[in-house]
Design a protein. Structure first.
Length: 55
């Protein structure tokens, strides 16, 4: 609710642009995760493996 109050002073066009920017970054992050999983698969390593070897 607090976010809506802060955004209420903005034009609708600005709010829509912010929503699209958020969606763009989410999609970019999804592709980064897929790329990391693909590299993990190609190198034979588990994508969820950490430096200690635990999940």
């Amino acid at each position: 609710m607090t976010t809506m109050r802060r955004l209420s002073g903005l034009d609708a066009e600005v709010v829509v642009d912010l929503a699209f920017i958020g969606r763009y970054y989410e999609r970019f992050a999804d592709h980064a995760v897929d790329l990391g999983r693909g590299i993990g698969y190609l190198t034979g390593r588990d994508a969820l493996e950490t430096s200690t070897g635990t999940r």
